[in-house]
Design a protein around this ligand. Structure first.
Ligand code: CTP
Ligand code: ZN
Length: 151
């Protein structure tokens, strides 16, 4: 008997976010507002995975990620893989990656920053992508992963 079955069923058309650090799986689920989906959504946590030990994944039927969603996932789950599924086949596979500038998706952690006091969209320059480091356009402070709060 072949015991190497999928731990979470396949989907027909949509997006699979794979290789999420298990403990961050529900943060990614929140970014994607899966509670508003009407089609099939499968969430797996603590799945066995070769290199990560344990991983999480999210499969959403009929979903295409927006650029903002992809950037947010790259901040919360920098090792995640995005798979696009069409007719049950993986037609595209890529690592999540941050754009060079992030506008209006992250809050500045400096309480004195103008972006926390005036109606301006936050703006950050991405100085490092793998272990995210963002520099605020307004106050020039640098934030690392543990400081990052999504808007
Ligand atoms: N998947 C799915 N539905 C499909 C095809 C694939 O849900 N119809 C999922 C798989 O379960 C897996 C991910 O999409 O979580 C990527 O599929 P695949 O590339 O076949 O798996 P792996 O080779 O294990 O991927 P990787 O090399 O990225 O670990
Ligand atoms: Zn700032």
């Amino acid at each position: 008997m072949d015991v190497r079955q999928l731990q979470v069923s396949a989907i027909k058309n949509g997006t699979v976010i794979d290789h999420i650090e298990s403990k961050n799986t529900f943060k990614v689920a929140n970014i994607l507002h899966i509670e508003d989906e009407h089609q099939l959504v499968l969430v797996g946590v603590n799945l066995t995975s070769g290199n990560l030990g344990k991983k999480g994944l999210i499969k959403i039927e009929g979903k295409n990620l927006t650029q903002d969603e992809a950037n947010k996932i790259a901040l919360i789950a920098p090792d995640a893989t995005l798979n696009i599924i069409k007719d049950y086949e993986v037609i595209e596979k890529k690592k999540v990656s941050l754009q060079d500038e992030l506008i209006g998706i992250v809050k500045c952690f400096n309480p004195n920053c103008i972006s926390n006091h005036e109606k301006v969209r936050t703006r950050f320059y991405v100085e490092r992508k793998d272990l995210p480091r963002l520099r605020c356009h307004y106050c020039e402070r640098a934030m690392e992963r543990e400081d990052i709060e999504l808007l």
